[in-house]
Ligand binder design. Sequence first.
Ligand SMILES: C[S@@+](CC[C@H](N)C(=O)[O-])C[C@H]1O[C@@H](n2cnc3c(N)ncnc32)[C@H](O)[C@@H]1O
Length: 238
Amino acid sequence: MPASLIGVGVGPGDPELLTTRALRVLREADRVYAPSLAVDAVGRAESIVRGADPAIAVERLVFTMTRRDDARTASHQEAAERVIACLDAGERVAFITLGDPNIYSTFSDLAALVTVARPDVPVETVPGIMAFQELAARAGVVVTDGVERLSLVAAIDGADVLDAPLADPAAALVVYKGGRHLPDIAKRLADAGRLDGAVFGELLGLPGERVGSVEDAATGPGTYLATIVVPPAERAPQ
Ligand SMILES: C[S@@+](CC[C@H](N)C(=O)[O-])C[C@H]1O[C@@H](n2cnc3c(N)ncnc32)[C@H](O)[C@@H]1O
């Protein structure tokens, strides 16, 4: 098998949500890397893989998780260089990410750097179950039906990103990265008449998990690993 780089989604938290394809690819890989905040810190993705199969050896690549700045760029470049050394040695390298590797994932940055340096190395991904899918299942929410639309926003800078999607009553809305702004988000939903039915999931499948209504959760900020699903205000006719 030629050298390749594969981004593998491991789901939001519960090892049962790791797919059989993901497990097979991880078992077949010569090397499995996980993003981590420090060499001695087990990241979320690594803990999911350990829970699913402790025999899979996971190595850590340290990523600086700040906004786009020099430290972050340097940590990504260093991680890419470690991966490139493995690829040059002919290895199949897997890189695990929370949820899906093509949605708000460190893998896309890493893959771009590797592709610039080694354009002939194949890059693939294995899809993963996303946090909002697990939240919808746990909370019993139908996200979309018929011809309803779906918006996914990253609210890391605040609740303003909700305004455009909330203007469409036949669209469901998923909010990622908004934990810090949870009270503001709840107010924005209430102002738009969309608080009723909106659900909140924090640390899904992980220690400290919370699942419930946005209204109940919004007494203070949530954590970074928090997701909101807002169903459409009006269900489209079938
Ligand atoms: C960097 S993005 C990763 C998204 C991931 N690639 C996916 O497909 O779901 C991080 C955001 O995903 C959501 N998220 C990921 N895992 C989660 C979990 N276990 N519980 C709640 N939200 C989670 C949160 O909104 C968090 O801010």
